[in-house]
Structures are given as C-alpha cells and as structure tokens.
Design a protein around this ligand. Structure first.
Ligand code: GRF
Length: 183
C-alpha cells in the first residue's frame, strides 16, 4: 500500500510546495494560523489543519491533538519542513521512527534555528543540507542523507541562502522516494 505522508510547516512553505507538487500529501499541518503555507495548500488542493500551542493547556495536549490527526489519516511518515516546534515525548512516543526533518546545514555542523546564518557568519567555504530522523534532541537524529553546498567567493547571504534552498528542493523529494513514498 502507498505510504501516506503529512507535511508539517510554518511560515513560507516553499519545501511543502515542492513536495506537494511531486507527491500526494494527505494533509498539511501549520503551527501558526497566519502562515503563508496555508495559502499554498489551498492553491494546491491539499487539506490543511492549523492550531497553535498557546491554544492548549500544555504541550502534551497540543501534541495529543496532532497525534489524533495523524491516527485519523493513518499517516505512515511525518515530513517536517520548517516546523518550528521541538517534537516532544507525546508525539515521539507515538510516531518515533516515522518522523523526518530537513535542516539547512551539514549536520552535525550548525544545528538549531539559524543553520544558514550561523554557517555564513562562521565563514565556511561550504555548508549543506541534511535530512534526518527526528529524536528528542534538536537536529540530533540519525542522518538519512546529506549534501554539500559550496559558498562561492562572490556570495551574499541571500545568494548563499538561495543555493541552500535549491539543494533542499532536490534532496527532500529524493529522500522521500528512497523511503518508498510514491509520487
Ligand atoms: C528550510 O530551510 C528548512 O530546512 C528549515 O526551515 C526552512 C523552511 O523553509 N527547517 P520553507 O518554509 O520550506 O520555505
């Protein structure tokens, strides 16, 4: 049976867009109600859900609501693409081994929320992109696949960032195919 995927994103959602153009996405979850990614989902005809942590009593209740959605849709693989929350034990205990994330640096180099800027400020000659399994740490889970991205002599932070995102748009679909998700 085909593997069912859900994508979790916030903000811009360009990775979501690339994935949804190549694979059937069961649903999008956005962790902020105002996210532009919700507009993308609507334009692509993908079902979306959105609710915010602050609307719940605590993180456990918030993640229970997420697990309920995943169970209801019988999701095989949760694809994090710019989801800006740490995955905690409620979601992990139900779905660990079935959650992947993309990080805009060559892990274990430059983990955290500012992987691109941190690499840029460190003056590296190359950075990269990593897709990894999600565990309880921040960008610490087992690496599935990664690719190097050079920093060119005439790069600005903007052009460097653009090149990293281009690499993401190649790598994430590649990994999904390798994990048996059908396009
Ligand atoms: C990507 O760089 C991804 O690696 C990181 O968050 C960013 C999301 O960008 N986790 P977008 O919302 O897909 O445009």
């Amino acid at each position: 049976m085909a593997k069912k995927i859900a994508v979790f994103a916030s903000g811009n959602g360009s990775n979501f867009q690339v994935i949804a153009e190549q694979f059937p996405v069961e649903f999008l979850f956005a962790d902020k109600r105002e996210d532009y990614v919700l507009e993308r989902a609507q334009n692509l005809g993908v079902i979306s859900y959105t609710f915010e942590l602050k609307e719940f009593e605590n993180k456990v209740a918030y993640e229970e609501a997420i697990v309920e959605l995943l169970d209801k849709h019988q999701i095989d693989l949760v694809v994090l693409a710019g989801y800006m929350k740490i995955v905690s034990h409620t979601l992990l205990s139900a779905y660990e081994g079935r959650i992947i994330n993309i990080h805009p640096a060559y892990l274990p180099e430059f983990p955290g929320a500012h992987g691109i800027e941190d690499a840029w400020k460190a003056g590296v000659s190359q950075s990269g992109v990593t897709v990894h399994w999600v565990d309880s740490g921040v960008d610490t889970g087992q690496i599935i696949k990664q690719v190097r991205v050079p920093r060119l002599a005439d790069d600005t932070l903007d052009s460097f960032e653009t090149r990293i995102h281009e690499a993401e748009y190649q790598l994430y679909p590649e990994v999904l195919r390798e994990l048996g998700v059908e396009g």
